[in-house]
Design a protein around this ligand. Structure first.
Ligand SMILES: Cc1cc2nc3c(=O)[nH]c(=O)nc-3n(C[C@H](O)[C@H](O)[C@H](O)COP(=O)(O)O)c2cc1C
Length: 95
């Protein structure tokens, strides 16, 4: 499994890590938060599983996170979607 997260203050990373490592202790992490890091592209297949975790900002997924997620392409890859929010509401974030 690959755990992909966008996590400016670390809460989303923590939640993603707890969920992902419980499912697959060998899971690898892909951090798409830091714009100064080289952002690789990933092409995944049906043998992979992807867990994507992003925070909720204003009831939405931050647009910068959406842009960076476009570097990841799946081909029949099962995906688990996690949105982490501050207990107000996650509104449309899972759409
Ligand atoms: C600009 C901004 C907007 C936010 N909007 C929401 C929101 O609409 N609903 C909510 O429940 N929490 C909201 N939060 C809280 C974050 O979703 C929450 O703190 C999240 O865990 C932050 O993730 P991170 O620690 O990975 O950066 C917002 C936080 C920020 C900074």
């Amino acid at each position: 499994m690959h755990i992909v997260y966008f996590s400016p203050t670390g809460g989303t990373r923590k939640a993603a890590y707890i969920i992902g490592k419980e499912i697959d202790p060998q899971a690898t992490e892909i951090d798409i938060t830091d714009h100064t890091r080289q952002q690789n592209s990933y092409d995944l297949n049906g043998e992979d599983t992807l867990l994507v975790a992003v925070p909720v900002y204003g009831g939405r997924v931050p647009s910068v996170a959406i842009d960076r997620l476009k570097r990841i392409t799946g081909h029949n890859t099962p995906a688990i979607l996690v949105v982490v929010y501050g207990n107000r509401d996650y509104d449309d974030a899972l759409l």
